[in-house]
Design a protein around this ligand. Structure first.
Ligand SMILES: Cc1cc2nc3c(=O)[nH]c(=O)nc-3n(C[C@H](O)[C@H](O)[C@H](O)COP(=O)(O)OP(=O)(O)OC[C@H]3O[C@@H](n4cnc5c(N)ncnc54)[C@H](O)[C@@H]3O)c2cc1C
Length: 397
């Protein structure tokens, strides 16, 4: 419920920020009409805190009106007018969402916020979306917490999905908590598995430093919301020609809603280099590589194979490789075609970041190292003997 108290001074600052044209000034007082979605944009700008939204306490109640599995469509941030692309994590989430929606007998819907649509619905449909809720507006030219969360909260209040999935990316990790806190619902971050249990979204994620898996249900609020890291869910094969229904959603967005402006973008890594999360081959090393010098052999091996170097957290802590190359729970999740591991024990926190790789080859001196439990091929041996031999063999070829 939204209320405007006697404190309202009739300044009308709330009127332009409402994305849904839901506020009229009547007798110098803000009055909300039926278009109000409780998005909260007006609350943020009111200089005298005259507007309050009261949300119902979570309780076991009838959620039969909440239907549909939603996936937030994340686009690349180009920083210029170049065409943005849909990030692969969106297709991974649609692939997972398709399974969930089928089991629930609900629609799978993609939620797309953009300044210009480039036929995005074609790919979203091919990856399983039944519907695309599309908001097209100049103010959506780049991701912005205030603008995007306001629009999404409005859409959720209007259409009432049963669940919503976001990539656990920089953008998703910023957006999902804002939406969750505005809606007063829970959010399970960094899920590694999603399923349906008794009609609820079963969200699994590592807990207590990755030593146990927690299964989380949110029976008392809707939508059930999760973030999932890139490369965790397997991307399904697109079905070319499969189409999604496009539902265009109107939004009136005012510049004043945007409280943060991006002045400049600086790319911290080599712009031309393949990022570890996108690599087809990852050559990873751990503490067993012993020294930074010996670890450098992996760079050479990786170059010969056309791959990217990865590292365990121990290797990163020892300064063998930069943090951006760390694979695992507190690093990056990878799912290359080939993952080579040298001198990595296979702690659970490392395994969660690479177990989705197509083929894993592990080299370790210890025959009982847990890494062998996930490896397709295991070599019990000394990495310092094996790596130079591999380099030599590849050079000969
Ligand atoms: C909250 C939390 C988050 C974490 N996040 C991550 C994460 O994102 N990524 C991550 O990797 N870890 C993470 N860790 C740390 C993780 O628990 C392990 O400590 C770490 O993965 C161990 O790295 P390692 O396998 O390189 O080292 P070790 O466990 O010390 O293993 C070294 C291995 O090298 C083998 N070895 C030694 N010499 C040789 C040789 N000459 N040839 C072949 N094999 C040899 C040994 O037999 C051993 O198995 C996290 C921990 C916590 C608590």
């Amino acid at each position: 419920m939204i209320e405007v108290s006697k404190k309202c001074i009739g300044c009308a600052k709330c009127v332009p920020v409402c994305p849904f044209a839901a506020i009229n000034m009547i007798d110098k007082k803000a009055v909300m009409n039926e278009a109000c979605t409780l998005c909260g944009a007006c609350v943020q700008v009111c200089p005298v805190q005259a507007i309050t939204i009261t949300r119902e306490e979570a309780s076991a109640k009838d959620f039969s009106g909440y239907k549909g599995v939603w996936v937030y469509v994340e686009l690349t941030e180009t920083g210029d007018k170049a065409q943005k692309k849909i990030k692969p994590v969106t297709f991974e989430l649609l692939s997972a969402g398709r399974r969930l929606a089928d089991e629930l007998g609900e629609d799978l819907c993609a939620v797309l916020l953009t300044d210009k649509n480039h036929n995005y619905e074609k790919d979203l449909g091919a990856y399983g979306a039944d519907k695309v809720y599309m908001v097209e507006h100049d103010e959506l030219f780049e991701y912005n917490t205030d603008v995007f969360s306001t629009v999404i909260v409005g859409l959720v209040n209007r259409h009432k999905p049963s669940s919503m999935l976001y990539g656990a990316t920089i953008q998703g990790r910023d957006l999902a908590p804002r939406v969750a806190s505005t809606l007063y619902v829970g959010l399970t971050a960094d899920c590694t598995a999603l399923a349906i249990k008794d009609g609820l979204l079963l969200q699994s994620r590592p807990a207590f430093g990755g030593n146990i898996m927690a299964d989380i249900l949110a029976p008392n609020s809707r939508p059930q919301m999760s973030t999932v890291r890139p490369n965790v869910m397997k991307m399904a094969e697109p079905v070319l020609g499969r189409t999604a229904l496009v539902v265009r959603e109107p939004a009136k967005l005012d510049k004043s809603l945007r409280r943060v402006k991006v002045l400049e973008r600086k790319i911290a890594h080599d712009a031309g280099a393949v990022k570890i999360e996108n690599a087809n081959i990852v050559v990873s090393g751990g503490r067993g590589m012993k020294t930074k010098e010996k670890f450098k052999q992996l760079e050479e091996l990786s170059k010969l194979l056309g791959g990217v170097v990865g590292a365990s957290r121990a290797a990163v802590d020892l300064g063998f490789k930069e943090k951006t190359h760390q694979v695992g729970q507190s690093g990056t999740t990878v799912s290359p075609k080939l993952y080579l591991s040298f001198g990595i024990s296979g702690a659970v926190q490392h395994i969660v970041g690479m177990k989705a790789s197509d083929v894993i080859i592990a080299v370790n001196k210890d025959p009982n190292a847990p890494i062998f439990n996930v490896a397709k091929y295991g070599i019990v041996g000394d990495a310092h003997e094996i790596v130079p031999k591999l380099i030599e063999a590849l050079k000969k070829k």
